[in-house]
Write a protein that binds this ligand. Structure first.
Ligand SMILES: [Mn+2]
Length: 417
C-alpha cells in the first residue's frame, strides 16, 4: 500500500498541524501507512506545543505530484569504466540485471552498458575484436584468463590480432605474429621463435613454467608473457572478454535527477526505447534505476486533507493527487472528486475535535503526550472555548483529553498565551 500523506492547509495553524499528526497516528494504529505533513513554516504557538509534548515537526510537503525519490527504484548496481567485459558480464549475471550504469573513479555516472552492447563480442566481428584487443591491458588479460603474469612490459606493441600457434609439422616461422597476441604451447624453441618474429604478447597454455632464456628474450623484445589458467580453447574464448567496456558502453545516456517529477520523466521516456534509466543525485552519483514499465503506470500521491477542503488552500497540484478523505470544519466551496471519498465535515470548533471523536468512536485512546497536544490544538482553535464556533462537544472532548494527558485545560491555555 502506498504511503498516504495527511496535510492541513497552507500557512498552518496548530489545529491543522495537530489534526494531521493525530489522524496519521490513528491511521497507523489501524495498520495504514500514513504520514503527517505541513505546507509551510510552523507558527510560534504550534512550535511551542510540539516542543512541550515532544513531537517532531512534520516534514514539508511541496507538491502533490510524485517525484522519483517517492518511487521504489531498482537497486543501484554500477560497474567501473575500467572493468573488463568479463567482469561486467559476471556482475550482471550475479545481480540479475541486464544493464549497468558505468561510473568513473569518483563514482559519477558516465555511461550505460547493457547485455545487448556486450553481445557484439559473441558475434565475433573481427574488426571489433581487433579494435578492442589493440588497447587491452596485460593485467586484464592475465585476470580474465585466471592466468599468471610472469613478465610485463610498459612498451606494448599490439595490433589487436590474435594467432594460435598450435603444434604441427610446421615450425612457428610459418606464422605471421608481428605485434600479435600469440597463444602458444610449452615448446621453448617455438616461444623463442615467435619472440624473434616480434610477437606483441605471449600467452602460454598447457604449461606452468617459462624458461629463463625465453624471459630474457621477452624483455629485449618488449613482449609480456602470461601463463594462462585455461587450455587453448577457453584461452582464445575468454581473451575477447579481457578488454574494458569503455568502447562498448554508450556515453550519451538519458538520466534523471532524483528530484524530478515522475510525470516529466514519463514524458521523456515515451520518446525513446531504453528499458532502464539511471537516476542520479546532485553529485551525479547513481541512486537507482527507473524502469520504463514503472513510468507507464505510476500514480501521484494519495492524500487526506484535514482542516481544509479548498484546493487553493492545499498543496500545489492537489488536483493531480488521489484524495482519499477530507476531515474538516470549514465551509465547502469548490470541492469535487472523480471517485467517491470519505468526507467528514462537522459544525464544531476544531478539526482536532473531530479527530478526537474518531479515536473514541474506534475505542482507541490517544497516548498521554498526543492527548496533551490535541488538547492544545482545541484550545487554540476555539480561543480557549471563547470563540462563537465552540460547541458543547468541543468542551466535552477537551475534558476527556485533559484527563488522559493529566494536564489541566486552564494551565495549558495559560502557558500557551
Ligand atoms: Mn481549524
Amino acid at each position: 500500500m502506498n504511503t498516504i500523506y495527511i496535510t492541513g492547509h497552507r500557512h498552518p495553524d496548530s489545529d491543522s498541524i495537530v489534526a494531521a499528526i493525530s489522524y496519521a497516528y490513528l491511521k497507523n494504529q489501524n495498520q495504514i501507512p500514513a504520514v503527517a505533513c505541513r505546507l509551510g513554516p510552523l507558527n510560534d504557538e504550534t512550535a511551542y506545543l510540539l516542543n512541550r509534548f515532544h513531537f517532531d515537526e512534520p516534514p514539508l510537503l511541496e507538491d502533490a505530484r510524485v517525484r522519483l525519490y517517492d518511487l521504489p527504484l531498482e537497486r543501484p548496481y554500477v560497474v567501473e569504466q575500467d572493468a573488463t567485459i568479463f567482469e561486467t558480464l559476471e556482475k550482471m549475471r550475479r545481480c540479475h540485471q541486464p544493464f549497468m550504469a558505468v561510473v568513473d573513479s569518483e563514482q559519477k555516472v558516465v555511461g550505460m552498458i547493457t547485455t545487448n552492447d556486450l553481445g557484439v563480442i559473441a558475434l565475433a566481428d573481427t574488426a571489433l575484436g581487433i579494435d578492442l584487443l589493440k588497447d587491452v591491458k596485460t593485467k586484464d588479460v592475465a585476470k580474465t584468463l585466471d592466468g599468471n603474469l610472469v613478465f610485463d612490459d610498459e612498451q606494448l606493441h599490439l595490433n589487436g590480432k590474435v594467432s594460435i600457434v598450435t603444434l604441427s609439422r610446421h615450425k612457428a616461422d610459418r606464422y605471421q605474429v608481428k605485434d600479435r597476441i600469440v597463444i602458444i604451447g610449452d615448446d621453448t624453441a617455438s616461444q623463442k621463435q615467435v619472440l624473434e618474429q616480434g610477437a606483441g604478447m605471449l600467452i602460454i597454455v598447457w604449461s606452468g613454467h617459462v624458461d629463463e632464456e625465453v624471459l630474457e628474450l621477452a624483455a629485449q623484445k618488449h613482449c609480456p608473457i602470461i601463463i594462462s589458467g585455461h587450455g587453448s580453447m577457453n584461452t582464445s574464448r575468454y581473451l575477447f572478454f579481457a578488454p574494458t567496456i569503455q568502447k562498448l558502453m554508450s556515453g550519451s545516456v538519458h538520466m534523471f535527477h532524483i528530484d524530478e517529477f515522475m510525470e516529466d520523466a514519463a514524458k521523456k521516456m515515451r520518446k525513446d526505447r531504453f528499458r532502464a534509466y539511471p537516476v542520479v543525485n546532485d553529485q551525479h552519483r547513481l541512486v537507482g534505476y527507473l524502469l520504463k514499465d514503472a513510468g507507464i503506470d505510476y500514480e501521484n500521491k494519495s492524500m487526506i486533507l484535514v482542516d481544509h477542503n479548498e484546493f487553493s488552500q492545499s498543496v500545489p497540484n492537489i488536483e493531480k493527487a488521489t484524495i482519499l478523505e477530507v476531515v474538516d470544519h470549514h465551509r465547502i466551496n469548490d470541492f469535487s472528486t472523480t471517485r467517491p471519498i470519505y468526507f467528514r465535515n462537522e459544525i464544531i470548533g476544531s478539526t482536532t475535535s473531530i479527530i478526537a471523536s474518531m479515536f473514541f468512536e474506534n475505542s482507541i485512546e490517544p497516548p498521554k503526550a498526543l492527548a496533551g497536544l490535541m488538547l492544545g490544538a482545541i484550545i487554540s482553535d476555539t480561543m480557549n472555548f471563547q470563540s462563537p464556533t465552540t460547541t458543547a462537544k468541543d468542551i466535552e472532548l477537551a475534558e476527556r483529553l485533559s484527563q488522559i494527558a493529566a494536564v489541566k485545560t486552564d494551565d495549558l491555555a495559560y502557558d500557551m498565551y
